[in-house]
Design a protein around this ligand. Structure first.
Ligand code: CP
Length: 316
């Protein structure tokens, strides 16, 4: 089976079978990145442009590593040192880069829909690495992969996403992905940080954290975007921490085990305490490791129907 689409833009439009194909392919690549020599010739001759208009540590390095592990040539574009500073448009930027014969583009942008826009004005395969508050599909996939590795199956698990759901592309990608694979998803946060009519996405909605935690297997704790405090979404960080912060005392009261996830970057001591983040229940760094395998799988599957000279011996 191959991925019958030219781009990876969101998880909403992917079928459960396509998501499972990406996760299964990532498992093979996860084995590759654990080897001494972490490189295969799969994308030799292919050039990938990493077009990052927003800051990133995990996603950017993870894509670059994934491309290098697959033997692709990688180009890193940074807004700060580009002609965007002289007023060049996104369309002109990608068309000029593509004129140098590049094949794929990975884009992070603050505008929702930026990755879709690129598909309209260039011929490259496009991967969305986060577009505003809309979507972050590879983060959703690496979260699914990490949980499937731990439990073997996603169907029937109860997942709680905590925090700023309204501004979170990670929350949306998690909701689509976990629901498509049969998990039960709940969200919890201050009512000011919950999107209007979010229950239409098929999630249970809570504003009381202790109530929301009942019966949950997996906690995905979102970064509280401290800049939101000035916008009046919540009064003080201290109050947010008291009501929505995850700490070991709160979890111990329920007397059950949880798997702790966080997409990063973390505000230690705000949405999560250090002891929870570093506990044996935490899979936060495994998420990061698995992100490389997921991105290798996405890059590979999008090019799998294209003629690449080094196609044979994909994982050798
Ligand atoms: N999780 C995530 O997208 O992190 P970065 O912003 O560092 O890429």
């Amino acid at each position: 089976m191959t991925l019958k689409r030219g781009h990876l833009l969101d998880l909403e439009s992917l079928t459960a079978e396509e998501i499972t194909l990406i996760l299964d392919t990532a498992r093979s690549f996860r084995e590759v990145i654990d080897r001494d020599i972490k490189k295969v010739p799969t994308l030799r001759g292919i050039t990938v442009v990493n077009l990052f208009f927003e800051p990133s540590t995990r996603t950017r390095i993870s894509f670059e590593l994934a491309e290098k592990r697959l033997s692709a040539d990688t180009i890193n574009f940074s807004k700060a040192t580009s002609s965007v500073q002289k007023g060049e448009s996104l369309k002109d930027t990608i068309q000029n880069i593509e004129a140098m014969r590049t094949d794929m583009v990975v884009i992070r942008h603050s505008s929702p829909g930026a990755a879709y826009f690129l598909t309209q004005c260039c011929n490259s395969k496009v991967i969305n690495a986060g577009d505003g508050a809309h979507s972050h599909p590879t983060q959703g996939l690496l979260d699914l992969f990490t949980i499937r590795e731990k439990y073997n199956i996603i169907k029937g698990l109860r997942v709680l996403i905590i925090g700023d759901i309204k501004h979170s592309r990670v929350a949306r990608s998690n909701i689509w992905g976990f629901r498509k694979l049969g998990a039960q998803v709940a969200i919890c946060g201050p009512s000011t940080l919950l999107p209007y009519e979010v229950e239409k996405m098929g999630v249970d909605v809570f504003t009381d954290l202790d109530e929301a935690l009942e019966g949950i297997d997996v906690l995905n704790i979102l970064r509280i975007q401290t800049e939101r405090q000035d916008a009046g979404y919540f009064p003080t960080l201290r109050e947010y921490t008291e009501l929505y912060g995850i700490n070991s005392e709160r979890l111990k009261r329920l007397n059950v085990g949880f798997t702790i996830m966080h997409p990063g970057p973390m505000n230690r001591g705000v949405e999560i305490t250090v002891d929870v983040a570093e506990s044996t229940d935490s899979v936060i760094l495994e998420q990061v490791t698995n992100g490389v395998a997921i991105r290798m799988a996405a890059l590979y599957l999008l090019m799998a129907n294209e003629p690449i000279p080094s196609r044979e011996g994909v994982l050798s």
